[in-house]
Design a protein around this ligand. Structure first.
Ligand code: PMP
Length: 402
């Protein structure tokens, strides 16, 4: 009898399952709106020209392939922290950000989960928004934290349930951890306004909660890296100590290169040194040290004012294309087709995803009858739409809801 005969088959990944169904479909009109990766106007993966240039610079330097230190490429982590916190933030000026390179955003979250599980001195419980990125739940559970939830989404308004959010955070156990999507909330595409962020910051302070920011989309949401960092920078300026997971998958299109960073703000350089030493102890037995190539590319961009400027323009280009798709889709549904329902949320949502409000039976009908694929919760990746398929998509949605 095989050693593994009792291993039960697990359920397929809900998002990758959508891609499988899409691939099997032979209809030429088929559209895949499941995957959270940027696509250009031709529906193709996009390598940023600034990334191509950076890669050429890296190649031209003919660098070796030696191991990185446990916490990664030092210039990269320094520049990543600078991008997130801003040059005039106190912890940057005082040199008190403990930062490590990570295996993209997922790895940053996992390092954070493991560090908190080991060293957080209070309740090892983390509150996640409901809904949240599906991977947050098993990730923090497997890190050894107790996963709890706070209200986020209002089905009726297809908007933020701000009253529910505030009530849940006020009722949360004191000193527990709260996960906040820094911008471009996944899956809803709904972010708090700056005014609402200020209120959230006050509640977090009042309840002595520990804020853990997941910033997977800096620059990709609004087109401005500064604007998208508002929440993180506001919390820091309010004196919160924070944890931060950064990803360069979306904003630099470095998905498969796995470039990210995890950081904690500390009280002083001496405390930072102690935290740094423990980050290494968490990371060393996990994967020893991170991959080098993607960090070199990202650092080439972050460390050159010329490439940085070009990159900012290109991130804005991606954000603007998505925003223009939102505008077009809204106009088609609300105005041209008079599709039943209110579609304003398509325009007001931000980032890669839109929560359409389509129901599971409607998403099923869209796949079966129109060859349009999305997750069952009605989430669509806006980046999968382009001028070649948006009209067909709008007509298909129109039929599905009538
Ligand atoms: N957090 C959120 C909210 C995300 O949407 C994603 C990407 N889907 C990630 C983290 C992590 O992505 P990656 O590991 O590719 O950086």
């Amino acid at each position: 009898v095989s050693t593994w005969s009792a291993v039960p088959a697990g359920p397929p990944d809900p998002i990758l399952g959508v891609t499988e169904a899409f691939k099997a479909d032979k209809d030429p009109r088929k559209i895949n709106l499941g995957v959270g990766a940027y696509r250009d106007e031709q529906g193709k993966p996009y390598i940023l020209p600034s990334v191509k240039k950076a890669e050429e610079l890296v190649r031209a330097a003919n660098p070796d392939k030696e191991y990185l230190p446990i916490t990664g490429l030092p210039e990269f982590t320094k520049n990543a922290a600078l991008l997130a916190y801003g040059a005039d933030s106190q912890p940057i000026k005082q040199g008190t950000v403990a930062v490590t390179q990570s295996i993209s955003g997922t790895g940053a979250l996992r390092i954070g989960g493991a560090f908190l599980a080991r060293h957080y001195p209070h309740a090892k419980a983390i509150y996640l928004p409901s809904p949240t990125w599906g991977n947050h739940i098993p990730l923090f559970r497997d890190s050894g934290l107790e996963v709890r939830h706070y209200k986020y989404f209002n089905k009726e308004t297809v908007g933020l349930d701000f009253e529910g959010l505030k009530a849940d955070l006020k009722a949360a156990q004191e000193h527990s951890i709260v996960l906040l999507h820094a911008c471009a909330h996944n899956p809803t595409g709904i972010d708090p306004t700056p005014e609402q962020w200020r209120e959230i910051s006050d509640i977090v302070k009042e309840k002595k909660l520990f804020p853990f920011f997941d910033m997977a989309y800096q620059g990709f949401a609004s087109g401005s890296t500064t604007k998208d960092a508002f929440a993180v920078r506001h919390f820091v300026s309010e004196g919160h100590q924070i944890a931060l997971a950064q990803s360069f998958a979306k904003n630099m299109g470095l998905y498969g290169e796995r470039v990210g960073a995890f950081s904690l703000t500390t009280a002083d350089p001496e405390e930072k040194a102690r935290v740094d030493s423990q980050l290494k102890i968490v990371i060393r037995p996990m994967y020893s040290n991170p991959p080098i190539h993607g960090a070199r590319i990202a650092n080439a961009i972050l460390s050159s004012s010329e490439l940085y400027g070009q990159w900012e323009t290109e991130v804005k280009g991606m954000a603007d294309r998505i925003i223009s798709m939102r505008e077009k889709l809204y106009n088609m549904l609300q105005k041209d087709l008079s599709t039943p329902g209110e579609w304003g949320h398509i325009k007001s949502q931000i980032g890669m995803f839109s929560f359409t409000g389509l129901t599971p039976p409607q998403t099923k009908a869209l796949a079966e009858k129109a060859h349009v694929y999305m997750t069952a919760d009605g989430r669509i990746s806006m980046a999968g739409l382009n001028s070649g398929n948006i009209e067909y998509f709008a007509q298909s949605v129109d039929k599905a809801v009538r």
